[in-house]
Design a protein around this ligand. Structure first.
Ligand code: KIV
Length: 279
């Protein structure tokens, strides 16, 4: 099973880290069997699994249910889960308690967005309590309303330096890796080259220590919108719709179920039934 040390080793050995999101048992199992290093129960599930407009609408209760399901499906990957919006912002003790709940039900790490002084304290206390933390910088979806939209971050050298400074603070607070979201690849490279912990990019170019994407985007299951940086490796929406259409047709035409798909009474019971109904 991968852990914080083996993830760091991948970076040290110059091997790229692979990460994808999963929200349910079966998907987690397949991603794990495919050899993904980190499986993240992302709060993107608010949109792609629950149909909300932003990640703000998902809470601890839902994240716990999805995390528990994913944890059951994974044997080898490191399971990380997102701390949802407002689950770590009110005070440090609530933050630690909530992060601890995630670990108790099977997560091996939590992801926390941002790097202000309060967040740094939360991260330090988590790590001191035995809860590994992944940081998240660049575009941070939980700050959508203060950022003012889905905007690329670190577009100038000055803002790149700001992100690097935040990343160094996260590193000092004890994170074992940092997600860099929607950052120009030159900026992401500069940040990556100046850190010890691995960076895991999403829309952050080719030079991060690893890559993460939302599996529903790359497998074509979520089709409301696809970010330009997410490559489509499959189109599950077509497979699901074709399968469902064929099923509907077969039920309507009486082709489903067929002889092999039904249970039968024993000959004796059938005889008794026929005697009773007189046929
Ligand atoms: O919620 C999410 O899916 C994320 C991304 C980094 C993949 O945070």
């Amino acid at each position: 099973m991968l852990n914080v040390k083996t993830i760091q080793k991948l970076k040290n050995n110059g091997q790229k880290i692979t990460a994808l999101t999963a929200y349910d048992y079966s998907t987690a199992k397949y991603l794990d069997e495919a050899g993904v290093d980190i499986i993240l129960v992302g709060d993107s599930l608010a949109m792609v699994a629950l149909g909300y407009e932003t990640t703000h609408s998902v809470g601890m209760e839902e994240m716990l249910v999805f995390t528990k399901a994913v944890a059951k499906g994974v044997k080898n990957a490191l399971i990380a889960t997102d701390m949802p919006f407002m689950s770590y912002h009110s005070d440090v003790s609530t933050a630690i308690k909530n992060a601890g709940e995630m670990i108790k039900i099977g997560a091996k790490a939590v992801k926390i967005e941002g790097a202000n002084d309060y967040i740094l304290e939360v991260i330090e206390r988590c790590v001191q309590s035995g809860i590994p933390v992944i940081g998240h910088l660049g575009f941070t979806p939980q700050f959508l309303n203060t950022i003012g939209g889905y905007n690329i971050q670190g577009k100038s050298f000055a803002t790149t330096l700001e992100i690097l400074e935040q990343a160094k603070k996260l590193e000092k607070a004890g994170v074992f890796s940092i997600v860099l979201e929607m950052v120009p690849e030159e900026s992401a490279k500069y940040i990556t080259d100046n850190l010890t912990v691995p960076t895991i990019g999403i829309g952050a170019g080719r030079y991060c220590s690893g890559q993460i994407l939302v599996s529903d985007d790359i497998l074509g299951k979520f089709s409301d919108f696809t970010p330009t940086f997410a490559r489509k490796y499959a189109d599950l929406s077509i497979i699901i719709k074709t399968g469902a259409k064929n099923y509907v047709e077969d039920v309507l035409s009486g082709k489903f179920p067929c002889e092999e798909e039904v249970f039968k009474l024993s000959k004796e019971e059938l005889k008794q039934m026929k005697l009773y109904i007189g046929t």
